[in-house]
Design a binder for this molecule. Structure first.
Ligand code: FAD
Length: 288
């Protein structure tokens, strides 16, 4: 099996304990030589400063190529671009550009007065700034706000044409979901990489909540399997097996890049990576 290129998503920690957990996660996963790691931007723009501090620290101290997520929420265009310039000043050239989700409790996305109306406007502005490698989100199960699957893919094409270099998908539970989506993207004229987002589920209740929030469909058999494994205390085993099988099937179908949603918990992601051949690279200086 060819070794896929891998990347990892982290979120910014909000307290000291969480900071140590993030650093532990980085230490466990960094030896797998990820293509890049990315750091989320809290819903409603809530972790703006933390995201900046974490990407700056990771860039400086971990040696990992680090991407900052950036959204259009709750900020003017100038404020958003100032944040992007701050990333650049910290040596961060990779941005995951998103429209973003609204603050908790809000019904839907509302354009901030003076802010970007949508992700395409943000991508165009970041492209005009120059020197950013821009990635965007994509939705194999369809974004809940899209009129239909085709409209969602047409919009994704507009995001990529506006200056993004690749798309990372929302998580999904069945390989076929991604493969159908990838075929539809190719049919729509998309020729940039669509990287599957992989979610090794550590907490089934939380995963169900995420899935409901972002429109990821949960097949009945997955639900049954996790409910049963939970009762038997074997959820981790199930999650690792399902995720490994899905990654392996994706690789068989020609997928050469995988992006893991780690939720700052490294164990399951590490185990799946090892199982698909993404193991620590031996360093000559360590074995000599
Ligand atoms: P878009 O793709 O711009 O819009 C979402 C959908 O709505 C589109 O797929 C399209 O079908 C439709 N749409 C929107 N505007 C138009 C329009 N003008 N015309 C036609 N159709 C339109 N959220 C955060 O808050 N912080 C994060 O760090 C974060 N990281 C993420 C990382 C990844 C890889 C993914 C996939 C999602 C992430 N999200 C994050 C969630 C994301 O912000 C939400 O899914 C949000 O609702 C949509 O953002 P987007 O940029 O993908 O939106």
């Amino acid at each position: 099996m060819p070794r896929p290129e891998i990347s990892f998503e982290f979120f910014p920690p909000k307290n000291i304990e969480a900071t140590f957990r993030l650093w532990d996660t980085v230490n466990v996963l960094a030896p797998l030589s990820p293509r890049f790691v990315s750091v989320t931007y809290g819903a409603g723009g809530t972790t703006r400063d933390l995201t900046r501090d974490v990407v700056a620290t990771l860039t400086k101290h971990s040696g990992l190529r680090t991407a900052a997520h950036l959204t259009c929420v709750e900020a003017t265009k100038d404020e958003t671009l100032e944040i992007a310039r701050g990333f650049k000043a910290a040596g961060v050239r990779d941005i995951v550009a998103l429209r973003g989700d609204p603050p908790k409790g809000a019904a839907g996305f509302t354009q901030h007065p003076g802010g970007f109306a949508n992700s395409v406007e943000l991508i165009e502005a970041l492209s005009a700034e120059g020197n950013f490698d821009i990635r965007v989100g994509a939705y194999p199960d369809k974004h809940p706000e899209a009129a239909d699957a085709q409209a969602d893919i047409d919009w994704l094409k507009r995001k990529l044409d506006a200056g993004a270099s690749e798309a990372i998908t929302q998580f999904f539970f069945e390989t076929e979901t991604f493969l159908r989506f990838r075929d539809a993207c190719v049919k729509a004229g998309i020729d940039k990489p669509i990287v599957p987002g992989i979610f090794p589920v550590e907490n089934w209740k939380g995963a169900r909540r995420f899935a409901e929030g972002c429109g990821t469909k949960i097949p009945a058999w997955v639900c049954d399997a996790f409910e049963k494994a939970g009762r038997d205390g074997r959820s981790d085993l199930l999650a690792t097996a399902l995720c490994t099988e899905m990654c392996s099937d994706l690789i068989d179908e020609g997928v050469d890049k995988l992006h893991f949603y780690t939720l700052n918990r490294p164990e399951l992601t590490r185990d799946v990576c090892h199982a698909i051949g993404a193991t620590p690279e031996a360093r000559l200086e360590k074995v000599a």
